[in-house]
Design a protein around this ligand. Structure first.
Ligand code: AHR
Length: 494
């Protein structure tokens, strides 16, 4: 017999909202994410598209209610000169995408294409500015081009290119991975650079949300230096990047992983919990009122590319390992919603832990997609703080919690609980203590599959998909259920 896992609703603060921007996505000019994945060109007669963007992908993304989309990188952002991507497409210069496969980029998907796509998706754009190889003026001009309503050199240029009204872009990244591909800077040097660039980004009444390039995983000194050196009036968010990786030199297959590789991926993903707590504790020292957000603008599982594909394109499959990884990570973000107010899964289509994969005219939604779709109920809902006692998942001497959970209540009074069991073999018996809350009904949705290593293929694109889950039992203020091995469940209580 196995022990019992207990989720207890607590009487903690009930003022924290799970910011919908935790559910953000990321689309870089990398491999087949933008070209082929999203954008197939206005002249494409075989694939149904709107302004060159695949209609099937637009529909799938709309169904996720994606709150924000980060673009154009990533490492690519610090090589990107936005003026190359505006105006008549046949006049745009080509550049070489030096970070990702050394391919030629023709700039046919640029600022207008991206911002119009965001409007169509109902997502807020999150533009990553070029700080590594671009000038202060170039970033200041970009802000004016997309945000200025009146008459100015840049807003006139925007109008010449067919857009009268500004898009009013709020979210701006001031560089990306400044400690690495964004310029190999020290934190002290970057803090000064940040101050300069941020100063010249005019607000224009938009309420700019400027996000500093953040730490690489556990580089706590990076966060500390930025919090200390950047005047708080100049910064609204600090980023953090952490990928679930077994070993950067030998990342392992996305589908044919060993039990040990599975455990190590989960261990690396669970490390996110410690990361957000430690980075948040540093931020608390300098910003006790929590005005500055921790923005985890790159997260997800990173494996070897699929055999036979371009190593620079980072194309990987997506199994139930990715589904439980996503569910667990989002539970971590939800439970730290007081400080983690934005995050971006890397990446949207055909790259890393993608929600969508495409092949010619075929498209599929990955298990990760379904988790994001199931969890959309948490967006902008009020967090219900919980205490969780979980069994361990062990491998040799190592252990991590097998169960993770998060709870929230919507403005119309529906309570949702998301639960994940990462144990690949054992089901987990769960008791949820609802404290003083009373409900009449419970129903739910479950995502799992026959085998942990199952995935959706172009031959069987809907092999893994959520199904109804009506096995939770409600008695008074106690809810009990069994979570199958490697599964994600979202319950609705009314
Ligand atoms: O998401 C892929 C890459 O990972 C991004 O371009 C970079 O920021 C990170 O190193």
């Amino acid at each position: 017999a196995w022990a019992q896992n207990v989720v207890k609703f607590t009487a903690g603060p009930d003022t924290i909202v799970i910011n919908k921007h935790i559910y953000g996505h990321f689309a870089e000019h990398l491999g087949r994410c933008i070209y082929d994945g999203l954008y197939v060109g206005e002249d494409n007669k075989t694939l149904a598209n709107t302004d060159g963007v695949r209609n099937d992908v637009i529909a799938a993304l709309k169904n996720l209610h994606i709150p924000n989309l980060r673009w154009p990188g990533g490492c690519f952002a610090d090589t990107y000169h936005w003026k190359d991507g505006i105006g008549p497409k046949d006049k745009r210069p080509s550049i070489v995408n030096t970070w990702w496969g050394g391919v030629t980029e023709n700039n046919s998907f640029g600022t207008h294409d991206f911002l119009n796509l965001c409007e169509r998706l109902g997502a807020e754009p999150y533009l990553a500015g070029n700080v590594g190889s671009g000038e202060v003026q170039e970033l200041a001009d970009w802000v004016q081009y997309v945000n200025f309503d009146g008459k100015s050199p840049m807003s006139d240029l925007r109008r010449t290119n067919g857009r009268e009204k500004p898009w009013k872009v709020k979210f701006w990244g001031v560089g990306n991975e400044a400690w690495g591909c964004g310029g190999n800077m020290t934190p002290d040097y970057y803090a000064d650079v940040y101050r300069r660039y941020a100063t010249f980004m005019a607000d224009n009444g938009v309420g700019l949300f400027r996000i500093a390039s953040g730490a690489n995983s556990a580089d706590y000194n990076w966060t500390e230096t930025l919090m200390k050196k950047i005047p708080h009036g100049l910064i609204q968010g600090i980023a953090l990047h952490h990928y679930a990786v077994i070993n950067w030199g030998k990342k392992g297959s996305s589908t044919m992983y060993t039990d040990e590789e599975y455990f190590k991926t989960m261990q690396s993903a669970w490390f996110m919990n410690e990361l957000v707590e430690k980075h948040a504790a540093i931020m608390d020292k300098y910003d006790p009122e929590k005005k500055i957000a921790l923005v985890v603008d790159e997260w997800g599982g990173w494996y070897d590319v699929e055999p036979g594909t371009n190593p620079g394109f980072l194309y990987q499959q997506n199994t139930m390992r990715d589904a439980v990884l996503a569910g667990m990570t989002l539970n971590i973000f939800n439970n730290h919603a007081d400080r983690v107010r934005m995050a971006n899964l890397a990446q949207t289509v055909n790259v890393l832990q993608a929600v969508i994969l495409t092949e010619g005219d075929k498209m599929l939604m990955t298990p990760t997609y379904h988790v994001l779709e199931m969890y959309k109920i948490h967006q902008d809902a009020k967090l219900i703080p919980i205490q969780l006692t979980s069994n361990d998942l062990t491998f040799g001497q190592e252990k991590i919690p097998a169960v993770s959970a998060a709870a929230s209540i919507t403005t119309n009074g529906k309570t949702h609980v998301s639960l994940v069991n990462i144990d690949p073999k054992k089901e987990q018996k769960i008791t949820i203590d609802l404290a003083d809350k009373r409900y009449g009904t419970v129903h739910g949705r479950l995502l799992t599959s026959k085998k942990l290593r199952d995935f959706n293929s172009f031959e069987k694109p809907a092999y893994i998909k959520p199904r109804e889950f009506n096995e939770a039992q409600l008695k008074g203020n106690q809810l009990s259920l069994n979570l199958p091995p490697f599964s994600v469940v979202v319950l609705t209580l009314e």
